[in-house]
Design a protein around this ligand. Structure first.
Ligand code: NAD
Length: 418
């Protein structure tokens, strides 16, 4: 498990280096991007419910801020390490550059088992994280957000602690807050909505009619479940969906509101009777036109890639395709929209939240969605154009990395970093 992670993080570094070489940029661009500008590790003592103190290790990586304040989530997870926090911070730098939000990349985390912690222990840990890192954060410096096992409630505790330490009201220091304390409408479903917009644009290019397309989605959580709902509202046909308990398949299209209602009540797809039961392996190779992996990393592999029926794959999850599988998809002329483009809707609406916090003026949902659509569509076509003009031999991932790295290099040149 750890080895596979290192591989996919190693792939990010390799892709940045290859982009710098292919575009004949100064090698100093790679020197700037190969590691975070600043990395801090701290001990966070937390009084536990049993009365004793546990000392957790927390991290914050500030990867690159040539385009703006560092930006990136904080995860609470047992697998959090210095190395994966650093690597994830690099992906954020690329994602922000790609979608055109004026932020740099960052990431944070605490190695802990959030599932075994009570709400009050999590609150003390969240406040402890801010006490340890508050001096590095700020609306113009570094702006965290939720990530694995941190949610709007955690952001609310964190912003409260930050405001107390700073002795001022500063909602823009974090995004992904509840709407009641300065969050943005539309933030919760922004990643899925953004993925749906790029799916629509990619389908047009592939000559697929979205209304007639058969869509399969792996994952029915925040991203997969919301994507299913939005696709369904647009009149699309979801023929298969899965979660950790397995999946369901119905060639005529699933009743998505009934399925989501079932998942909301029982927590899992298991037990939903509106379709034929399939395994997660079968979902990947199910008969469909568009496949949306929205669960875990390394799901499309050298073993199943030759059997994939879809002609378009949209990576709503982070890192769902191994490099070997990607090569096979390329040879089979299956179009793949890469994660740093396909799931950048979340950071885009985080940017909108920060803008609204700075303005002290809040937008309606229609405005948020319209502006999200505009930015996602622009980013998609910019990457596609860049691919045609600058890396015709490569995949859309090659183009996305190249486009992001070139934008970063231009900003570095203007700022005198090269
Ligand atoms: P989540 O925890 O809400 O949902 C994950 C889903 O995957 C659940 O339905 C779970 O049952 C399912 N799952 C777990 N193991 C599975 C398996 N073996 N096979 C099939 N399904 C399985 O997580 P999420 O927020 O929806 O994130 C999903 C992916 O999207 C992750 O890769 C995440 O990094 C990425 N992502 C999320 C956001 C966001 O805003 N939430 C933004 C960018 C990227």
């Amino acid at each position: 498990m750890e080895k596979r992670r290192e591989d996919s993080f190693g792939a990010t570094d390799r892709r940045i280096r290859e982009s710098v070489e292919r575009l004949q940029l100064s090698p100093v661009v790679y020197e700037h991007l190969k590691k975070p500008m600043r990395f801090v590790e701290v001990s966070i003592p937390v009084k536990m419910d049993h009365g004793g103190v546990e000392v957790f290790t927390g991290f914050r990586a500030q990867h690159n801020n040539v385009l703006g304040p560092f930006k990136g989530g904080i995860r609470f997870h047992p697998d959090v390490t210095a190395e994966n926090v650093k690597a994830l911070s690099a992906l954020m730098t690329l994602k922000c550059a790609l979608v055109g939000v004026p932020f740099g990349g960052g990431k944070g985390g605490v190695a802990c088992d959030p599932l075994s912690m009570s709400a009050s222990e999590k609150e003390r840990l969240s406040r402890g994280y801010i006490r340890a890192f508050g001096f590095l954060l700020g609306p113009e410096v570094d702006i965290p957000a939720p990530d694995l096992f941190t949610d709007a409630q955690v952001m609310a505790w964190m912003v409260d602690e930050y405001n107390y330490l700073a002795q001022r009201h500063s909602p823009g220091v974090l995004t992904g807050k509840p709407v009641e304390v300065g969050g943005s409408l539309g933030r919760k479903e922004a990643t899925s909505r953004g993925s749906v917009y790029v799916t629509r644009e990619a389908a047009k290019l592939c000559g697929i009619s979205l209304k007639e397309a058969r869509i399969a989605i792996q994952g029915c959580g925040n991203v997969g479940g919301q994507a299913a709902r939005i696709f369904n509202e647009l009149g699309c046909k979801i023929v298969a969906i899965s979660d950790i308990s397995g999946g369901v398949y119905r060639p005529q299209g699933l009743d998505i509101p009934a399925l989501l209602d079932h998942v909301q009540k029982s927590g899992l797809i298991e037990g939903f009777t509106g379709g034929e039961k399939i395994t997660n392996e079968e979902l990947i190779t199910v008969d469909c036109d568009i496949l949306v992996p929205a669960a875990l990393e390394n799901q499309l592999t050298a073993e199943n890639a030759p059997e994939i029926k879809a002609s378009l794959v949209v990576e709503a999850a982070n890192g769902p395709t191994t490099p070997e599988a990607e090569q096979i998809l390329k040879e089979r002329e299956i179009v793949l929209v890469p994660d740093i483009l396909a799931n950048s809707g979340g950071v885009t609406v985080s940017y909108f939240e920060w803008v609204q916090n700075n303005e002290g003026y809040y937008w309606d949902l229609e405005t948020v969605n319209q502006r999200l659509e505009k930015m996602m569509v622009q980013a998609f076509h910019a990457v596609h154009r860049f691919g045609r003009e600058k890396c015709a031999e490569g995949t859309m991932r090659t183009a996305a990395y190249g486009y992001a790295v070139q934008r970063l290099a231009e900003a570095m040149r203007y700022r005198g970093w090269l």
